[in-house]
Design a protein around this ligand. Structure first.
Ligand SMILES: [Ca+2]
Ligand SMILES: [Ca+2]
Ligand SMILES: [Zn+2]
Length: 465
């Protein structure tokens, strides 16, 4: 499925919020997305992600409600107080059990919530089942029936689909502050079943059943905290998982050897499996958000093939872009720095052309270059990582190491913002750290240098992370 379509199908609010931590580039890490993640209603052309998490893998729930004993300690909140009604039905839930129903007979944002105690230092999944009927969205609305944390932006997202039968909706969340509204009290989490959302008034009927909050277990290594589904842990042995985390610790140190600094002041990086679509296969940052549908498969092949995960090394590489003044192209830097790490650690990584190990990674970039210039797609003809590998072959890694350090220790004082200026600054500093070339640009054939200048001087240049 086309990447752009994928982005459109996720609820607008969720995308808008998550975009704060994304770059245009991270969205390009979509290489494994396919269309079985989404369900489609042809009439409204609004789709949403359906997960299928087996909750029996969890070590119990922090909170669970099946509505079989009615409800106590639940509170309703309505944007327009007179419009919506809340009921516990004696049947019609999962396996015809009891369930909660919200009806809004006119456009409203209506929520039924209860207070749950959670720890600010943990990660949780909110998972439940929703069924809807007669849904109509007000102008600008994008979220119908959903599970949410009140007084925050956290929501399962949902759908304007007119009618659908029971589907599992979910999201992975923490209480670390970025998604919380002013006045949010972390001691009293209000867990809500909701029809509508902020700026999303909806009418119709929605049913809720078997809603729960589940704490995610953590696996610690020296530099990483891995937080993944117990269900996905079932795809890899404990020994192989720890072995991989040890490898990621080596990756972390090797990136440090290349650039001379640490991201996030050396704080541990969390690798967090997320149920909602984060904007790609994974999205860099702290936490690195790793889209759950791909986690189990990757872990399984890490064990069976003994590889290190190209995708995860790449994401950690993004986190090592610790001086924004050298970033003229995030994806190039993540890939080029990965090349160093894979070579130095003799790491084995999967690619579209099969496995490459250690310095074979240079063959991979050549293969990719050959493919890109010979296929019918003119948009992939600029291959900066392949071409920077040509420079590295001539001058070695040392000048690159010195150059990154020149940025971090203040030797580089310029602060360009345009991609082309950052590109040229990097090459100038790199040249100053090179003995055999007055200008490393001379290593490139003129047409390639001109392609890069056009590329970063035009709209293709990518600066922001
Ligand atoms: Ca029930
Ligand atoms: Ca091409
Ligand atoms: Zn990337």
């Amino acid at each position: 499925m086309n990447k752009k379509n994928i982005l459109l199908i996720i609820s607008i609010v969720v995308i808008a919020l998550l975009s704060c931590s994304l770059s245009e580039n991270d969205r390009q890490d979509n290489f494994l997305i396919d269309d079985n993640l989404v369900k489609n209603d042809k009439n409204l052309e609004i789709k949403f992600q359906v997960n299928s998490i087996d909750t029996s893998w969890y070590d119990g729930a922090v909170f669970f409600e099946d509505f079989e004993s009615g409800v106590s300690d639940w509170t309703s909140k309505r944007y327009y107080p007179d419009i919506s009604t809340f009921s516990i039905l004696g049947s019609g839930g999962i396996e015809n059990s009891q369930c909660l129903r919200i009806i809004s007979d006119d456009f409203n944002d209506a929520c039924f919530y209860t207070v749950v105690d959670l720890s600010p230092s943990s990660y949780y999944n909110c998972i439940g089942w929703i069924k809807s009927e007669n849904i109509e969205l007000d102008e600008g609305a994008s979220i119908a029936g959903n599970l949410c944390i009140m007084d925050s932006w956290w929501t399962s997202g949902s759908t304007g689909i007119y009618e659908f039968n029971w589907e599992q909706v979910s999201f992975t969340f923490s209480l670390d502050g970025t998604m919380l509204l002013a006045g949010f009290d972390p001691g009293t989490i209000k867990f809500g079943c909701r029809l509508g959302f902020f700026c999303s008034l909806v009418k119709g009927t929605v049913y809720f059943d078997n809603i729960g909050i589940y704490e995610l277990p953590k696996h610690e290594s020296e530099h990483f905290t891995l937080v993944i589904e117990p269900m996905d842990m079932g795809r890899i042995s404990e020994g192989a998982l720890n072995d991989w985390l040890d490898k990621l610790d080596l990756v972390y140190e090797e990136y440090h050897n290349l650039v001379g600094g640490y991201p996030f002041d050396g704080e541990k990086i969390t690798i967090l499996s997320v149920l909602q679509y984060p904007g790609g296969w994974a999205v860099a940052g702290n936490p690195i958000q790793w889209h759950q549908p791909w986690v189990g498969e990757e872990l399984e092949s890490i064990e069976s093939e003994g590889h290190w995960s190209f995708g995860m090394i790449h994401e950690i590489g993004h986190d090592y872009d610790i001086d924004e003044r050298w970033i003229f192209d995030c994806e190039h830097w993540a890939n080029f720095k990965l090349t160093y790490v894979v070579e130095m650690l003799n790491a084995k990584v999967p690619t579209e052309f099969g496995y490459f190990q250690g310095d074979e990674i240079y063959d991979f970039w050549e293969r990719l270059y050959e493919k890109n210039i010979n296929d019918d797609d003119p948009d992939n003809d600029v291959c900066p990582t392949t071409w920077f590998c040509w420079i590295k072959e001539e001058i070695g890694w040392e000048p690159f190491k010195e150059t990154f350090r020149d940025y971090l220790d203040g030797t580089v004082t310029k602060n360009p913002t345009e991609p082309i200026d950052r590109f040229n600054l990097f090459l100038d500093v790199l040249s100053s750290n090179t003995q055999d070339y007055e200008d490393v640009r001379d290593i490139w054939p003129e047409d390639i240098l001109n392609m890069l200048i056009d590329y970063y001087g035009g709209s293709a240049g990518i600066v922001e992370r």
